[in-house]
Design a protein around this ligand. Structure first.
Ligand SMILES: [Zn+2]
Length: 204
């Protein structure tokens, strides 16, 4: 192996091709599985990384191609997308700026709005009946267009706290379509109190 393929001491000491033990997470309060679990073998690093959507050489940016696809609310600068197939959570949503920026080149004006937008979206999702808390995450590994994920954590389901909330959304029975539409309207209407309008399935 060359240093290019495993560029740092961190990369060089990892057990590629091996299965690390699942033991550290088994039985934890936030872990969703028990029984005989095997961790997948650790894959070699891919450096340079393949381009993300919206990067030169990558697939077209899905947000710039269809800005209001799956959108439930929009104003002049921000779009909230949640009109996806329902999952097992009351709401999974994606906040994006209309224009194509990364986090590191987001203009100062949009950066200053980001905190208030997170507060507004989290509060709007908590308006859904039976939602205790709103989680949010910025991963950024799929598309270059800046985006923040929001996940509704149902009240009282204490096993769903922590990092596996989105995975529980895949495991639990999916929310019926009509209830899901009601949830999108609740969120879009709450956001509209400050700016913008409901769009897509939230506008019907
Ligand atoms: Zn874009």
């Amino acid at each position: 192996m060359t240093s290019t393929e495993r560029p740092t001491a961190y990369h060089q000491r990892l057990p590629y091709g091996e299965r690390v033990s699942a033991e550290p997470v088994l039985g934890g309060p936030f872990f969703a599985f028990d029984g005989d679990l095997r961790v997948v073998p650790l894959a070699e690093p891919v450096i340079p990384e393949p381009p993300r959507s919206g990067e030169p050489g990558g697939a077209p940016c899905p947000t710039c191609t269809e800005p209001e696809s799956a959108a439930i609310w929009a104003d002049d600068r921000w779009i909230l997308k949640a009109g996806f197939e329902p999952t097992g959570l009351p709401m999974v949503a994606l906040l994006v700026p209309r224009e194509h920026f990364r986090l590191d080149n987001l203009p100062a004006e949009l950066t200053a709005e980001l905190g208030p937008m997170i507060q507004r979206v989290a509060g709007a999702i908590r308006r859904i009946d039976g939602v205790a808390r709103t989680h949010f995450s910025r991963f950024g590994d799929g598309s270059e267009h800046f985006h923040v994920w929001f996940f509704a954590r149902p009240a009282g389901l204490m096993q769903l706290r922590g990092p596996l909330l989105s995975l529980w959304g895949d495991l639990l029975p999916h929310v019926p379509v009509e209830e899901f539409r009601t949830n999108t309207r609740t969120v879009a209407t709450a956001l509209t109190e400050h700016s913008g309008t409901p769009v897509g399935i939230a506008a019907g």
